[in-house]
Ligand binder design. Structure first.
Ligand code: FMN
Length: 368
């Protein structure tokens, strides 16, 4: 049904307009108590065996919504209603900004991929913090807050901009993510170099501790799949050195590998980050490399090209405690989470592992 609807309606609409339409429906459904209870019961059944713990937080399961879908924290209950076990909001920047001019989101349907150059369109840290402060949650959902740099802020003042967001948002975040990996803010990915990353992460850690004195907010960094292998290792080492809680691998890619020849060249040539199926192999590779380096010392979050329960399972075996997705949700629709959960529970049951935690990294730990 969804796929037919997608073909007949969504593919004829501008992708960003389709996103806003679907988003509005989700938010509306979540506001009607009878409807949301019914939808949640149908789409978000909780499998006991999938219960997960990551950086001290308990979740119904390992599968969450990646950053970028709910940039302004307006649909957390709606996404939870659809089955996402955690919701990462953002990227939120220090100051509000409109993002890049439209068109800035493109569907490569034949490749089950998206290209976006949204450019962190968001309401800014003050407005999002106020929204989170007054939110009355319906579902118990872990909320991650992903922060990035305001475009007009010069690179020399980037740390102060992140600190501003961290101070305002950490009090409402179950975990905080420093995003240094979006390809759509000039210079942002240069912050992944350890010389830049060390002072940035240290300052954000201090800001979070200052403003959330009663608890230690878990801090993660989100990295790009385009880092060279030795740079992945360097970030992993730095994360261990700084006592970071997690690494999210990966953001979108500027590469165009993994695309079939089916998507029109004009679309493939659009500037921006590529996500979805073509990203799968590299994201998995980066995750494996990270796990081989950090083992169980740091929690890893696998994201990039996850479409099926098997993909999610492979990420867990490669070292991910949590997995996330975005692009496949656009193609698969509201039953997607349900299928992932069902498939993950079935895989765990027939695996040699007693718990999901036992399966984390099992493929990398295996002697080859
Ligand atoms: C339209 C769009 C907007 C995104 N915006 C953000 C963002 O604001 N911050 C961020 O960290 N990642 C953002 N991402 C990246 C996703 O969180 C995710 O890392 C990436 O899409 C790979 O996962 P996927 O293949 O399941 O989509 C965005 C992705 C898409 C498709």
């Amino acid at each position: 049904m969804y796929k037919l609807f997608f073909r007949l309606v969504f593919t004829r609409m501008d992708p960003e307009k389709a996103h806003h339409l679907a988003f509005r429906w989700i938010r509306l459904a979540a506001r009607v108590p009878v409807l949301r209870t019914f939808v949640a019961a149908a789409l978000a059944p909780r499998h006991k065996e999938l219960r997960t713990e990551a950086f001290g937080l308990r979740m119904h399961g390992p599968f969450g919504l990646a950053a970028g879908f709910d940039k302004n924290a307006v649909a957390i209950d709606g996404m939870s209603m659809l089955g996402f076990d955690h919701v990462e909001i953002g990227t939120v920047t220090g100051e509000p900004q409109p993002g890049n001019p439209r068109k800035r989101l493109f569907r490569l349907v034949a490749d089950r991929a998206l290209i976006n150059r949204m450019g962190f369109n968001n309401d800014g840290s003050l407005a999002v913090a106020a929204r989170l402060a007054t939110r009355e949650p319906v579902f118990r959902t872990v909320v991650g807050v992903n922060i990035g740099k305001t475009k007009v802020v010069p690179e020399a003042e980037a740390v102060a901009d992140y600190v501003k967001s961290a101070e305002r948002l950490a009090p409402y975040a179950d975990y905080l993510v420093v995003n240094v990996s979006s390809p759509n803010t000039p210079g942002l990915r240069d912050l992944q170099a350890v010389d830049h990353l060390r002072p940035l992460l240290t300052a954000v850690r201090e800001a979070a501790d200052r403003t959330s004195a009663s608890r230690r907010v878990p801090l993660l960094v989100k990295i790009a799949p385009d880092l060279a292998d030795e740079d992945v290792d360097a970030v992993a080492d730095l994360a261990v050195e700084l006592g970071l809680d997690g690494i999210i691998a990966t953001n979108t890619t500027i590469a165009r590998d993994g695309l079939g020849l089916r998507s029109p060249a004009a679309l493939v040539g659009e500037t921006g980050g590529l996500s979805g199926a073509p990203l799968k192999a590299r994201s998995l590779e980066v995750l494996r490399r990270l796990y081989a380096r950090v083992g169980d010392r740091i929690t890893l979050v696998g994201v990039g090209g996850i479409e099926t329960a098997e993909d999610a399972w492979q990420r867990i075996l490669a070292g991910a405690t949590l997995v996330q997705g975005y692009s496949a949700f656009v193609y698969e629709g509201p039953f997607w989470c349900r299928a992932i959960h069902k498939g993950l529970a079935a895989r765990l049951r027939t695996s040699p592992y007693a718990t999901l935690a036992d399966a984390v990294g099992a493929d990398v730990r295996k002697p080859r």
